[in-house]
Write a protein that binds this ligand. Sequence first.
Ligand SMILES: NC(=O)c1ccc[n+]([C@@H]2O[C@H](COP(=O)([O-])OP(=O)(O)OC[C@H]3O[C@@H](n4cnc5c(N)ncnc54)[C@H](OP(=O)(O)O)[C@@H]3O)[C@@H](O)[C@H]2O)c1
Length: 269
Amino acid sequence: MKTLITGAGGQLGREIKSLIPDALTPAKDELDLRDPEEVYSYLLREKPDQIFNCGAMTDVDKCETERMDALKINALSPVAMARYASRFSSRLIHFSTDYVFDGGRGNYSEDDIPDPINYYGKSKLLGDFAILPVPNSIIIRTSGVFGNKMNFPLFVYRNLKEGREIRAIESFYSPISARNLARASVELNNMHFNGLINVSGERISRYEFAIKIAKHFNLDQNLVKRSTEISGGRARRPRDSSLCIEKAKKIILWDFHSAESNITYIGEI
Ligand SMILES: NC(=O)c1ccc[n+]([C@@H]2O[C@H](COP(=O)([O-])OP(=O)(O)OC[C@H]3O[C@@H](n4cnc5c(N)ncnc54)[C@H](OP(=O)(O)O)[C@@H]3O)[C@@H](O)[C@H]2O)c1
């Protein structure tokens, strides 16, 4: 079984690679997702039996200004992968985002209709549309992935450890560690699950999550200050992009979702 992992240096890709060590993990200069035609040629050359597409342009503000790159990486390269997977009956495991929703309501299920409010969400949604018709494919929709690069939980942990005050907003999401997400994704693939599924943590506000991180690591929770400002960045952010994970909980029978199960990972990054 030949496996390809794109974006293997990213938060999620790195964890999937540790579960499938013999996978092909091309560097950016060997497989550039800004070049969908080259992606297709690469796939024809390498003929993987399964693809974990962890590569993406995930900088939400950058996607707003560098739209052509966002479109190519998040949507058009997935089209190339979908074309290959359909033609050669390869499995395709793709990752989507809670940012396909406008964040007006939260707790979004697999049946809710996306309505993105920023270009990252739009480009990712186009990618989802490309993968949906592929017979042997999974679209794993997730939220607040945290791993080896700077992210909100790590920012909270490192600052509190140094005794610095931080501000956390009262916006909701469903954070999950890259390790739990990787394990759940590989498991779903091994059981030949097909279709769209939400895999994330439990719904929580960033403020509450910061407090839980402080408590877990015995850090001073008084350093966590509430903020109402949603973003200083260029792109708009959804206020509540949390995902409903009831479907995944029936299929994945270990605790991938609780805050506790995910927070422990922060101390190991
Ligand atoms: N992070 C989150 O909070 C979050 C939330 C919801 C959904 N997701 C989705 O989950 C998946 C994994 O996210 P992640 O957090 O692991 O992202 P990440 O850490 O940003 O990793 C993305 C990977 O893609 C690579 N990449 C970017 N542009 C590329 C290009 N032109 N050619 C080849 N590779 C390229 C990056 O390489 P460089 O680092 O060298 O650029 C990086 O290795 C993505 O589909 C993302 O949309 C993430």
